[in-house]
Design a protein around this ligand. Structure first.
Ligand SMILES: NC(=O)c1ccc[n+]([C@@H]2O[C@H](COP(=O)([O-])OP(=O)(O)OC[C@H]3O[C@@H](n4cnc5c(N)ncnc54)[C@H](O)[C@@H]3O)[C@@H](O)[C@H]2O)c1
Length: 265
């Protein structure tokens, strides 16, 4: 066993310590040093441990992300998922789109749009590039390296997000989850959903979060129809509970967007 140190985490701690306005008064005080030390210990505790083979596997994943040599699946091709899938495919990254609604899949396969501000021409062009594939069988997700989940989270009667779509989708994902895959929840929800709701469902597959597969959250900030800020122009926020998931999702999102203006939490 050997320990992999996450350089991304190291530099985020350094940046936080040097530039955080909250630490402005205490940065050079005993309390400031103590806070930095506590933070450092937390990072070391969360650093990934794995066999040489596993670490090489994750490094290879990172390299493939940098080379855009990955397959990304988008589940839920609605107002958020469809422009997201098209943006990824337009960047030359192979994208698989899946929706439970067979009519939507059929429309897209025929090059037709069901969303006003997304033109049929854009869909046809992306299909012609060969980087956008539509599937109606969830088993096809097994061919992907990353799975982005964009299903609805409507508010229920008590104005809480109804997670039934997320739960049903994650059960499907769990049935087909492969070691090494990255799962990213993009739906709007409350903090703690990935750790308290999604991770236990995915672990029913027998795989462990952060070790066998990666799990992250990246809330979608799409503003449908806004011509000034398209999907690819809106900075993404990413978060994960373990260092490896955070590192890979940050790399993946940064690459898919082709820019570094990406925040992580
Ligand atoms: N629409 C927006 O402007 C907007 C903006 C930011 C965030 N969001 C959030 O993004 C998420 C998605 O919203 P949306 O507007 O795209 O919803 P939507 O209803 O337009 O699309 C969701 C799609 O998911 C599909 N779906 C549902 N269950 C599925 C399953 N089990 N497997 C596969 N597909 C399934 C539906 O058929 C539908 O096509 C929500 O959490 C929403 O709050 C939406």
């Amino acid at each position: 066993m050997s320990q992999q140190f996450s350089s991304l985490k190291f530099w985020s701690i350094v940046r936080w310590w040097l530039f955080s306005p909250w630490l402005a008064r205490t940065r050079w005080s005993r309390q400031g040093w103590y806070d930095a030390w506590e933070c450092w210990k937390a990072v070391m505790a969360s650093s990934n441990v794995g066999t040489e083979g596993e670490i090489a596997g994750w490094r290879d994943f990172m390299r493939r992300i940098q080379d855009c040599d990955v397959v990304v699946a988008v589940i839920g091709l609605g107002y958020v998922g469809l422009p997201l899938a098209l943006t990824i495919a337009e960047r030359g990254i192979k994208c698989i789109g899946y929706d439970i609604d067979a009519t939507k899949i059929s429309h897209l396969r025929n090059g037709a749009s069901y969303i006003d501000h997304i033109s049929a021409e854009r869909i046809q062009k992306t299909l012609c590039r060969g980087s956008f594939e539509l599937i109606d069988d969830v088993k096809g997700l097994a061919r992907s390296d990353a799975i982005l989940v964009c299903v609805p989270t409507p508010l229920d009667r008590s104005r809480q997000p109804d997670l039934s779509f997320v739960i049903n989708t994650m059960r499907e994902v769990a049935r087909h989850l492969k070691p090494g895959q990255l799962v990213v929840l993009e739906s709007t929800t409350y903090p703690g959903t990935t750790s308290d709701v999604v991770s236990p469902i995915l672990e029913e597959s027998g795989l462990t979060t952060g070790e066998d597969f990666l799990l992250a959250y990246s809330p979608e900030r799409e503003d449908p129809g806004n011509e000034s800020y398209t999907t690819g122009q809106i900075p993404k926020i990413v978060g994960a509970d373990d260092a490896r998931s955070l590192e890979i999702v940050t790399g993946a999102k940064g690459r898919a967007w082709g820019r570094g203006d990406l925040a992580w939490v």
